[in-house]
Design a protein around this ligand. Structure first.
Ligand SMILES: [Zn+2]
Length: 290
């Protein structure tokens, strides 16, 4: 399942490929699950709109749309920075197309003559002659349209240290569960929660309330570090996610605990433990993490 760094990477890849292009027409498949908004509403919102930019909000990909084809409002190529949570100040932005990839969703940018993959649920035909396609075999992904989209929780890469400490202080749940709570932080998933807790030397089952301010500050620092490293690693495998013939990428971020049950800790050689917290697996080093 793509987590924040993957979605950030995908959003940047899409931004560099389709910003400025115009959606000429939209085709939607017959499966109801991927459509969170009504099909007619999605079509009406997307058609004839120019893509002003693509960014990540939490684990969502957000396409900012403006009325297309007007010579009076040329779109400058935006920088690849997509993590801004705030509404763009551009007043001509009329709506957003929101894509959540779920477990197996992919957004492809391809030539219109490329063969339609099985499990394609949406196709947006672009004025450039290419197509944006949403493919999702397991159908946990969601497409919707809205205005003024914002995530429920704080943006992990934009929240400051004091706010981070406030979010978690006094919570009785395990710190791992709190990290995964999308109402607190938006977009942190299982892998990066485990990895940041390992680097901070904190066991996933510890109650958030038991963490000192210093430990929370340390966790803040390691979470930022892990997410930024993963985004940097994802940058080189962007094409794997958005090109028509791609498979899943992101090979370069080395997990230190996640998925390494019984393997020796990279720091102290103690076997990594796997536990289950709130139905999700958690991995930690019983010696390095207190
Ligand atoms: Zn260790």
């Amino acid at each position: 399942m793509p987590e924040l760094p993957e979605v950030e990477t995908i959003a940047r890849g899409l931004a560099s490929r389709v910003t400025g292009d115009v959606i000429e027409s939209v085709w939607l498949g017959s499966k109801p699950e991927p459509l969170k908004s009504a099909a007619s509403e999605i079509v009406a919102t997307l058609e004839s709109k120019q893509i002003a930019g693509v960014r990540r909000v939490g684990k969502h990909i957000v396409f900012d749309l403006q009325n297309g084809g007007r010579a009076s409002s040329p779109v400058r190529k935006r920088s690849s920075r997509t993590s801004k949570k705030e509404q763009p100040t551009n007043p001509s932005i009329t709506a957003q197309w929101i894509v959540h990839l779920g477990m197996t969703g992919r957004m492809l940018v391809c030539k219109s003559e490329a063969e339609l993959e099985k499990h394609t649920h949406a196709v947006a035909r672009l004025a450039s002659g290419r197509e944006l396609r949403f493919v999702d075999p397991r159908r946990f992904g969601r497409l919707s349209v809205t205005q003024g989209f914002a995530a429920a929780g704080s943006e992990p890469l934009e929240v400051d240290s004091d706010r981070f400490v406030e979010l978690f202080r006094g919570r009785k749940t395990p710190i791992k569960s709190a990290l995964l709570n999308q109402k607190l932080l938006s977009g942190v998933g299982n892998i990066y929660a485990d990895e940041s807790l390992f680097r901070a030397g904190i066991r996933p089952r510890r109650r958030a309330a038991s963490l000192t301010r210093k430990e929370l500050s340390q966790l803040y620092a390691t979470l930022q570090e892990v997410l930024r490293e993963a985004i940097a690693a994802g940058g080189s495998s962007i094409s794997n996610y958005v090109d028509a013939d791609g498979e899943e990428g992101f090979f370069q971020f080395q997990h230190r605990v996640y998925g390494r049950e019984n393997a020796p800790c990279l720091v102290c050689k103690t076997p990594i433990k796997r536990i289950v917290i709130a139905g999700r697996s958690g991995h930690y080093c019983p010696r390095c993490q207190k």
